[in-house]
Design a protein around this ligand. Structure first.
Ligand code: PMV
Length: 323
């Protein structure tokens, strides 16, 4: 039995669209910050007779969700040369499927726990590749802090790696406007965007360029540039979805109001930048020293949202014996 913990990550340079849906190879690379809030803890027990059984927050999963877990287990079995079934028990501390990256933490924790439970000697790069099979963004949650997912062109070359950050500590304010379940999964929404949005090719082309600019800004510890690119990437990603048929629209009036509030904050001299994923909640990047000011400023402008302050968090790890 092995237990692992992992945290969600929020992309600053977004991943949206696949070039291979089976291997989960992205259309372009991405770059994210792993957070220190909302961890997922996953236990894998190998050698059960009744098949793979998956439960999330005490509820047994079926269909697509357990299918994705099985994909990861199958990959670990293939690599370890073992065939036994497993029981997987996962506990989330984040509202599931509300655009708060719960799947990234879940599949990073699963890959880490499963590799350990099956006795697979996997380094972080291999864990990243395994996690990617469950949910693309999960490959970045193997690592602490800033991580870059290199798009690659096959299973072996598509993995995330940690980036060194020498600037002032970062913070991410999660503005929760809804904890409801999203109506369209990111998987379906990505497919629809890639298949029907006339903006998709431009999104992919511009994402690759933006990723290089952001990687350079990280190397130079240029926070302002990273922030500007973060907002650009988020808005371009959502623009590509607006062009889909039928349109994919995760942003609500409250989300847009939060983007406006962040612009107002900047005009008042507090440096903050907004981003949003497959849901209405907004995440605001700032320097850790400014986190209190950002929460106070946003609360004054948008009192109905709940604010959670996150910082750079640790990568996935085995926690056996710690509980
Ligand atoms: O890995 P998925 O299928 O949950 O896709 C996540 C996509 C975004 O969160 C919207 C962007 C990203 O890069 O994390």
């Amino acid at each position: 039995m092995s237990t692992a913990i992992a945290h969600p990550n929020i992309a600053l340079a977004k991943y949206w669209g696949k070039r291979d849906a089976t291997l989960i190879l992205p259309a372009a690379g991405s770059l994210s910050l792993t957070l220190d809030v909302f961890p997922t803890t996953t236990t894998v027990t190998v050698g059960e007779d009744d098949g793979d059984v998956v439960s999330l927050d005490g509820v047994q999963l079926s269909g697509d969700e357990s299918g994705r877990v099985r994909t990861v287990l199958d990959r670990v079995r293939e690599l370890s040369g073992r065939r036994e079934h497993a029981h997987v028990t996962s506990v989330n501390t984040v509202p599931t499927a509300a655009g708060l990256a719960s799947s990234a933490a879940a599949f990073a924790a699963l890959a880490t726990a499963a590799a350990d439970a099956y006795g697979l000697e996997a380094d972080d790069r291999m864990l990243s590749r395994i996690a990617r099979r469950g949910s693309g963004s999960a490959c970045r949650s193997i690592f602490a802090g800033l991580a870059r997912w290199n798009a690659g062109d096959d299973d072996e070359s598509s993995y995330a790696e940690p980036l060194r950050w020498s600037g002032a500590p970062l913070a991410m304010i999660v503005a929760v406007v809804s904890s409801g379940r999203k109506s369209v999964s990111s998987r379906d929404a990505m497919r629809r965007t890639a298949e029907s949005s006339p903006y998709f090719p431009a999104w992919v082309e511009s994402s690759s360029a933006l990723l290089e600019q952001m990687s350079a800004a990280v190397a130079e510890a240029d926070f302002t540039r990273i922030g500007q690119l973060t907002e650009q990437s988020a808005l371009r990603m959502h623009a590509s979805m607006f062009g889909a048929v039928p349109p994919v629209r995760y942003l609500t009036a409250a989300s847009i109001a939060l983007f406006d509030a962040v612009v107002t904050l900047r005009a008042s001299g507090v440096e903050a930048y907004a981003t949003a994923d497959a849901g209405p909640n907004v995440k605001v990047l700032c320097r850790a020293d400014d986190a209190r000011n950002v929460v106070d400023g946003l609360t004054a402008l948008m009192p109905n949202a709940d604010y959670v302050v996150a910082h750079a968090g640790s990568g996935s790890r085995i926690v056996d014996g710690e509980a």
